[in-house]
Design a protein around this ligand. Structure first.
Ligand code: RB5
Length: 154
């Protein structure tokens, strides 16, 4: 059954955009669960990236959104977690591809590099686009195999 809850988190550099994304999501009927940060005090993005990524990795949420200044740090953190396919998207095209080809389950945004309107368009496309399966399923299975090998000590 589709989960209409979205786990969301940011550091200080992503907080303003996170609030705008939450407003959009709630307007679209999604429930947002905010893992912080809650103010503009400087924090360390791995602390917030870990919370959301762990929640998705453990299957507590089907989808998550992470925002830092560039989106780079959050991407690095999120993709350490088994089963997480975190995709840093810059425009509607990368947002669509991240779902059709990569079955992205965490959308990563850069709060300091995206215009608000572009960021909100990315979120909409990411939510509305389905995974294509087929040859892309085979490629994702290869990623899971690599992940399992690493977990098992190669
Ligand atoms: C914070 O200054 C910044 O380094 C962080 O938000 C992010 O861009 C890291 O990748």
């Amino acid at each position: 059954m589709p989960d209409n809850r979205i786990a969301i988190g940011s550091d200080h550099a992503g907080r303003e955009l996170k609030e705008q994304v939450k407003t959009l999501l709630e307007g679209l009927g999604f429930e947002t669960v905010d893992f912080g940060t809650d103010d503009d005090c400087s924090v360390d993005y791995p602390d917030y990236g870990e919370k959301v990524s762990q929640a998705v990795s453990e299957g507590r949420y089907q989808r998550g959104i992470l925002i830092c200044g560039t989106g780079l740090g959050m991407s690095i953190v999120a993709n350490k977690f088994p089963g997480v396919r975190a995709t840093l998207c810059h425009d509607e095209y990368t947002a669509r591809m991240s779902r059709e080809h990569n079955d992205s389950n965490i959308l990563v945004l850069g709060g300091r590099v995206l215009e608000k309107e572009t960021a909100l368009k990315i979120v909409r496309v990411w939510l509305e686009t389905s995974f294509e399966g087929g040859r892309h399923e085979r490629r994702l299975k290869k990623i899971s195999t690599i992940e399992q090998r690493i977990i098992n000590g190669l």
